[in-house]
Design a binder for this molecule. Structure first.
Ligand SMILES: NC(=O)c1ccc[n+]([C@@H]2O[C@H](COP(=O)([O-])OP(=O)(O)OC[C@H]3O[C@@H](n4cnc5c(N)ncnc54)[C@H](OP(=O)(O)O)[C@@H]3O)[C@@H](O)[C@H]2O)c1
Length: 206
């Protein structure tokens, strides 16, 4: 049975998922935004940062999100940022399909992540990701522009947001340009922790 198509991001309380420029990406705002995930046991394990780390609901959410994902789709700007920041063993450990206008050969990393560059549109990237994922889910990993394309095309079944208690004021807005007349949301779960509120919605056609 085919899995779901979902996204899962961390968002500031005022609706941003990243600072405006790549230069700021590893800066204070990003650290504050993602503060819930860095101390978790799963994050430390996945990035090979050593043992230890916190257990609890934040850790479970991070682990469950990873485990349900059989393949990911991402935009080229997220890839470009990650290419500079991910360790040699990129943290996906599954195939990743990068939607781009650029032609590029697949890039295989140790640990099971291979980046495939798809210059044939979002539907082709999703078809390839579904095939690679088998009966697991496909994660639209980001960033904002790519998630929005999939949402507006009616291709997302469900999404989760870790709503972080920070204000950005400007940056990359998650739902800028959403086709609000088409997309309806059904609440699935809301789980507050000490650091964020985990919100999950099913996406329905209006
Ligand atoms: N807070 C979070 O949880 C979270 C999660 C993920 C990402 N992010 C952040 O999101 C940011 C990136 O988001 P973004 O909105 O700037 O960009 P993006 O969605 O990552 O990438 C957009 C780019 O992807 C390519 N693309 C997208 N759709 C395409 C299509 N249909 N056909 C061909 N190419 C296509 C184009 O690049 P080319 O024309 O150059 O090929 C386009 O400029 C990063 O800063 C990242 O850190 C945050």
């Amino acid at each position: 049975m085919a899995g779901k198509v979902f996204f899962s991001v961390t968002m500031s309380l005022d609706g941003f998922i990243a600072p405006g420029s790549l230069g700021e990406l590893m800066g204070r705002q990003w650290m504050e935004l993602q503060r819930w995930v860095f101390p978790t046991r799963f994050f430390r394990e996945n990035l090979k940062l050593g043992g230890g780390g916190e257990e609890g609901r934040d850790n479970d959410v991070a682990r469950e999100t990873f485990e349900r994902t059989g393949a990911s789709v991402m935009g080229k700007r997220m890839f470009d940022a990650g290419e500079q920041m991910w360790p040699e063993e990129a943290p996906f450990h599954t195939p990743v399909f990068v939607v781009t206008h650029e032609e590029r050969d697949p890039w295989e990393r140790p640990g099971g992540t291979t980046f495939h560059f798809v210059d044939d549109g979002i539907q082709t990237a999703l078809d390839q990701a579904r095939h690679a994922a088998g009966d697991r889910d496909v994660r639209i990993a980001g960033g904002g522009a790519t998630i929005l394309e999939y949402v507006n095309a009616g291709l997302v079944d469900e999404f989760s947001i870790a709503l972080s208690p920070v204000l950005f004021g400007s940056g990359i807005r998650l739902f800028e340009g959403v086709d609000a007349g088409r997309v309806a949301l059904e609440p699935v779960r809301a789980e507050p922790t000490q650091r964020v509120t985990h919100l999950t919605y099913a996406v329905r056609e209006r």
